[in-house]
Design a protein around this ligand. Structure first.
Ligand code: AMP
Length: 215
């Protein structure tokens, strides 16, 4: 499947993407994970992105399109992909359309995961993430803690609170989402691709996606 996952930070895009990869071998492509990996590795991309990310601002579109142009041409994308956290702006969505046309790829759907703001705020302040850039497993101190406190179940690396998950950065990220990313819902509605799923439980989101794909 070839899907875009839309939704505010904390809507569950990453969790849903990880669950969907197990269905048909599609790969999760998270620009946030790629950028965090680059920051940790100290690459040129990481150096350019870090200040924007820590402040909860969007990284410039040119950097993101550079990442995606390469990533979508890697062979593991042939079975399908789940775009998690990309596109984030109308110019990114327009550039993605051009890129997909060039590569001869057609999207199945853009899924808008719609979760109430109070649930989002609670999730983001209690979310913890594996610090290993190749793992980045997601935990929650209340609903899904690691078996050993502060240690990733999957790879044993420290589980940490992301630097952009302080209260100040979270509220800025939500403002940025409303201003820059929420308009993508209308963009993909116009393309006849947008499906909104109002559900706080990832299983319910997956079931709604399966139903739509089968229809
Ligand atoms: P995420 O893990 O998707 O919440 O992304 C974390 C941070 O990475 C965001 O707050 C942005 O600073 C940056 N980022 C991730 N994806 C994008 C994107 N598509 N466009 C611009 N910035 C992005």
């Amino acid at each position: 499947m070839k899907l875009i996952l839309l939704g505010a930070p904390g809507a569950g895009k990453g969790t849903v993407a990880k669950m969907l990869t197990e269905m048909d071998g599609s790969v999760q492509i998270s620009t946030g994970d790629i950028l965090r990996g680059a920051v940790q590795a100290g690459t040129e991309l990481g150096k350019q992105a870090q200040a924007y990310m820590n402040a909860g601002d969007l990284v410039p579109d040119e950097l993101i399109m550079g990442i995606m142009e390469k990533r979508l041409q890697e062979p593991d994308c042939e079975k399908g992909f789940l775009l998690d956290g990309f596109p984030r702006t109308i110019p990114q969505a327009e550039a993605l359309n051009v890129l997909l046309d060039k590569l001869g790829i057609k999207l199945d759907m853009a899924v808008n995961i719609d979760v109430p703001r109070d649930v989002i705020l609670d999730r983001l302040t209690t979310r913890r993430t594996c610090s290993n850039p190749d793992c980045q497993a997601i935990y929650n101190v209340k609903s899904n803690p690691p078996k050993v406190e502060g240690v990733c179940d999957k790879c044993g690396s420290p589980v940490v609170q992301r630097e952009d998950e302080t209260e100040e950065a979270i509220s800025h990220r939500l403002e940025t989402y409303n201003e820059k990313t929420a308009p993508l819902i209308g963009f993909y509605e116009n393309e006849g691709l947008c499906v909104t799923v109002s559900a706080t439980n990832s299983e319910d989101v997956i079931n709604a996606i399966k139903e739509r794909l089968a229809a």
